[in-house]
Every structure is written in structure tokens, then in C-alpha cells.
Design a protein around this ligand. Structure first.
Ligand SMILES: NC(=O)C1=CN([C@@H]2O[C@H](COP(=O)(O)OP(=O)(O)OC[C@H]3O[C@@H](n4cnc5c(N)ncnc54)[C@H](OP(=O)(O)O)[C@@H]3O)[C@@H](O)[C@H]2O)C=CC1
Ligand SMILES: O=C(O)/C=C\C(=O)CC(=O)O
Length: 354
């Protein structure tokens, strides 16, 4: 029996190969005249392409986005936006660049137009994260949700294959946890299942051929769906573990999601049969009790990491990681207890197949 409350939250979304040509139209629709373009230091060429397209409406480029949005970068970007009189920010890049745009918006309400070039999904969420003195704070605020998102698969062609694989699995993780979220709903379930299906199809194809435009489009379509799920529901143990490992042990974001997902899913699986059935369908009709192992195999088959020890975590850190994951718990279908959680972390550390 369905029982839910749903208030859709979604930016205006423009999707298609070559969709960047619609940038000027979308800036017009925002009523903006001076756009500050944001990017990471390595993506200045793409940012310049955007600035050239905007011509006189480009206020400048701020190329200091970095992972987990250090407060210093957020303050510098806010100052730059103010100094240049920017009336919108165009964030071209992955979750780090879009996160920087969100940090500006949180403070100033500046509208953001996001052009994602990874599959992390931040562009579809009202979730922000800012790191100060080594501590990452996350929150939800409608002000940080991008007003417009342009998805152009052509812009993802240069995304290196290893990052494409882990970023895609980061997106799958949003959908997996959306399927057992206490505030989920039937629309989110459909989007989550279809998002997992699209990414599970696309990643092996991109692994085979990085410039497969069809597969790049499929992966970005999956990222849109999975990001939308993240934007509308709560997340659970899996995301908590990844935020702990990323925030306190500086593990890389997408790779950590990739390693942890099969283990967190195996932990919750007995409690979530309906979610398992949908994931199983999305993965090609496998047996529902095998989905955690199938996701592990997917990661391994596309050359993605499967062990936390290969991401730089020390075995001596596992006890502390377990303690941290038990504090300020996210709602989870299976209650968290120390011994099984510590065992989960050990298996993820060693890279055992669940
Ligand atoms: N708030 C939310 O809802 C969400 C937030 N996040 C946050 O986002 C961050 C992670 O985002 P993620 O997307 O995984 O990674 P990043 O945005 O950090 O991108 C990773 C790297 O990818 C490279 N890159 C990006 N796009 C391209 C491209 N088209 N071609 C070549 N290289 C490219 C960049 O390299 P270079 O450095 O060389 O420029 C960049 O450093 C984390 O801080 C995470 O917490 C993630 C998901 C959701
Ligand atoms: O940490 C943030 O910036 C907010 C959410 C996420 O990173 C989601 C995720 O873990 O992929």
C-alpha cells in the first residue's frame, strides 16, 4: 500500500548532445547579465569556452574549485562574485565546482546555472557541503539548488575513464539508498531503477570506448535520474560511511562510494526486499539476493577499486571510522550496531566480495 508525501524539487533541465548551444538562451531566461564562470584549475579551457560563448555577459572566471569546498575557496569566490558585480554563476565541472557555486548561493542567493561534467549528481540537489578547519558540514537549503542545468554529453568525453567509472557508481549509490529511504515515493522508485539501469549499461560501454557518445549520453541520463533521487530523499548508512571516510580520513569521494556500496547494500539487503527486487531488475534480472555481489563485480569488471586499503585508508583507522559512523547516525533500514558495522568496514577494507 502506498503511503507518501511528495513535493517535487527540480531545476529546469536541458539535455542533449551539443546542448551547450542553449547557454545564452538559458542565461536570458534567468534574466542575468554578468555571469561568473566557476571551474577547477584543470578545466579552465572548458570554462573559457563557456565565457567566450557568453561574450560581454561573462563577468570572469574563478578557477579555484576543489573537493569538499574549503571555506577559504568559498569566501574567495563570494568576494570575487561581489567585486565583479556578478548576477549569476555558471558552474562547469563535477560536484566540487557545483558545490562551490552552492556555497556562493547559500550566502548570497546568486542563481546558479550548472553544467555537470561528471556523474556525481550534485546539480539536482539542494544539498551543500562546506569544509572548515578539517570538518565538513552538509545541509539542505533551497537557495543552493541550481536554477538551470544543462546536460551535454559531449562535455563529458574528456572525463578520464577511471573517474567516469567511479563517478557513475557514486550516482548508482544515490539511487540504491533512495529505494529504501523512509521519505521515498513511487516516482523516486521509478527514477532510481531507471537510473541504475542506464548507468549499469553505460559504464561497461564507456570502459570499452571512452568516446562512445551514445554511452556517455546514457551515463549522463542515469546521473540526472540518480541525482534527482538524491535531491528528493534522505540517504542512509552508505552515504554516512562515505562522508565519514571522506571527511575524516580524506579518502577520494567517488572511489570511496564505489568500494563501500556493495558492503552497505549487503548489510541492509535482508531489510529491504522491495528495493532489492528493483535493483535486481535494473541490473538485468539477476536474483535479488545477489545484487550486492553483482555491483561488486560491475566495479571490478570496469577496473574500479574494490578495497578501502587501496584508497589510502590504514587498517588502524577502522575502529575510529566505525565509532564516527555510529555517531549522528543517518536513518537506516537496519539498526546500526558496533560489531556488524566494524565487520562491514573490515570486509570493505580488504575488498572481499559480499
Ligand atoms: N551536494 C551534493 O548533492 C553532492 C555533492 N558531491 C560533492 O562533489 C564532490 C565530488 O564531485 P565529483 O564530481 O566526484 O568530482 P570533482 O568535481 O572533484 O571532479 C573530479 C575531477 O574530475 C575532473 N574533471 C571533471 N570534469 C572533467 C571533464 N569533463 N574532463 C576532464 N576532467 C574532468 C577534474 O579534474 P581537474 O582537477 O584536473 O580539473 C576534477 O578534479 C565531493 O566534494 C562531494 O561531496 C557529490 C555528489 C552530490
Ligand atoms: O558532501 C556533500 O557535499 C553532500 C552530499 C554528497 O556528497 C553526496 C554523496 O555522498 O555523493
Amino acid at each position: 500500500m502506498h503511503d507518501f508525501t511528495y513535493r517535487p524539487q527540480s531545476p529546469r533541465t536541458v539535455f542533449g548532445a551539443g546542448a551547450l548551444v542553449h547557454l545564452e538562451r538559458e542565461i536570458d531566461l534567468l534574466g542575468a547579465q554578468r555571469a561568473l564562470v566557476l571551474c577547477t584549475p584543470g578545466q579552465v579551457a572548458q570554462a573559457q569556452q563557456v565565457a567566450e560563448r557568453l561574450g560581454a555577459r561573462a563577468a570572469g572566471i574563478f578557477a579555484r574549485a576543489e573537493m569538499h569546498v574549503p571555506i577559504e575557496a568559498a569566501r574567495a569566490a563570494r568576494d570575487e562574485a561581489r567585486r565583479l558585480g556578478a548576477d549569476c554563476a555558471v558552474a562547469i565541472g563535477g560536484g566540487s565546482t557545483i558545490g562551490l557555486g552552492k556555497a556562493i548561493a547559500l550566502d548570497s542567493g546568486l542563481p546558479i546555472l550548472a553544467i555537470p561534467t561528471t556523474y556525481a549528481g550534485s546539480e539536482m540537489t539542494p544539498i551543500y557541503g562546506i569544509t572548515e578547519a578539517g570538518l565538513k558540514t552538509t545541509g539542505r537549503d533551497a537557495r543552493v539548488m541550481p536554477r538551470t542545468v544543462i546536460y551535454d554529453p559531449a562535455l563529458t568525453l574528456p572525463l578520464p575513464v577511471p573517474l567516469s567509472m567511479t563517478s557513475g557508481i557514486n550516482a548508482i549509490a544515490h539511487a540504491v539508498e533512495g529505494l529504501y529511504a523512509p521519505d521515498g515515493n513511487p516516482i523516486m522508485d521509478l527514477m532510481a531503477e531507471e537510473g541504475i539501469r542506464a548507468l549499469a549499461r553505460a559504464l561497461p560501454a564507456i570502459h570499452q570506448r571512452a568516446d562512445d557518445m551514445e554511452a556517455r549520453g546514457d551515463a549522463l541520463y542515469g546521473a540526472w535520474l540518480c541525482g534527482s533521487v538524491l535531491g528528493n530523499v534522505s540517504v542512509a548508512l552508505h552515504h554516512k560511511l562515505c562522508h565519514t571516510l571522506g571527511g575524516s580520513f580524506k579518502l577520494p569521494h567517488a572511489e570511496t562510494h564505489t568500494v563501500v556500496l556493495p558492503h552497505a547494500l549487503a548489510f541492509n539487503l535482508p531489510q529491504v526486499p522491495a528495493a532489492a527486487a528493483r535493483i535486481a531488475r535494473a541490473l538485468g534480472g539477476v536474483a535479488p539476493h545477489t545484487v550486492a555481489g553483482v555491483l561488486y563485480d560491475l566495479a571490478q569488471s570496469v577496473g574500479a577499486p574494490v578495497a578501502l586499503r587501496d584508497l589510502g585508508l590504514r587498517e588502524a583507522d577502522l575502529d575510529r571510522a566505525c565509532e564516527l559512523a555510529l555517531t549522528h547516525q543517518y536513518p537506516n533500514p537496519r539498526p546500526l550496531e558496533k560489531a556488524p558495522l566494524r565487520a562491514l568496514l573490515q570486509r570493505a577494507y580488504e575488498g572481499q566480495r559480499p
